[in-house]
Design a protein. Structure first.
Length: 224
């Protein structure tokens, strides 16, 4: 149960990562309706599942060998820190133009599904994020396939449910997302990822006793 509770905030935060998918989802909901946006979002989720699959099975052999190596925290933390750094300093404004949208008929759900899948699949940052999460979380979940599946399924489910709320509130969200608000959200996300990455990397320098004390404090706070 703790694995699911820990996964939910990650999924919610992931749903508010500012990028092309975020804005096209809102645009699709506002112009084509709930069903069209839902199909688009399913395409996005399928791309995430594929990234997760290749990240996990592509790194599993290595993770099995170094799961008790403290440098694993340094690797995973480093990936997340760099990703957060890129988000923080990225200056391009995520403005949707006519060229960003696929012109499809309202009932062409395959086109919308493919649009969502492709927009997410070509984003190398998404792969880097999932790889970092796999590297960090798999050893903490004791390399147990069922626990890893449960954790990441909960992340994706929380992400999907949050996206459904975004679809329902698309028009209100679009009006409130001014360039200043977008910049603040992106910087906040970047800082959060950098802090999390530094925290994980720092664990590679801590003795086992200190790490156990930190883990026990975190578990107590979650249970309370």
């Amino acid at each position: 149960m703790n694995d699911i509770i820990n996964a939910i905030p990650i999924g919610i935060g992931l749903a508010f990562m500012i990028g092309p998918v975020f804005f096209v989802l809102l645009e699709t909901s506002a112009t084509k309706g709930f069903r069209a946006a839902l199909v688009f979002d399913i395409g996005v989720i399928i791309a995430d599942i594929i990234f997760l699959y290749f990240s996990y099975f592509g790194s599993r052999t290595l993770l099995e060998k170094i799961k008790d190596d403290p440098r694993l925290f340094l690797l995973g933390g480093g990936i997340l820190f760099v990703y957060g750094l890129l988000i923080f300093f990225k200056r391009r404004k995520p403005v949707i133009t006519d060229d960003d949208l696929v012109v499809v008929e309202k009932n062409n759900y395959f086109g919308l599904f493919f649009k969502g899948f492709l927009l997410n699949f070509i984003n190398i940052g998404v792969l880097a994020f999932w790889l970092g999460m796999i590297v960090v979380m798999s050893p903490q979940l004791e390399m147990d396939d069922s626990r890893i599946f449960t954790y990441f399924a909960a992340v994706l489910l929380a992400y999907f449910i949050t996206d459904l709320l975004k679809i329902l509130l698309a028009k209100q969200l679009k009006n409130k997302l001014t360039p200043i608000v977008i910049r603040k959200i992106k910087r906040g996300m970047g800082i959060a990822l950098m802090v999390f990455g530094l925290f994980l990397a720092a664990q590679s320098l801590l003795p086992d006793k200190a790490k156990k004390q930190i883990d026990s404090v975190i578990e107590k706070s979650i249970s309370e």
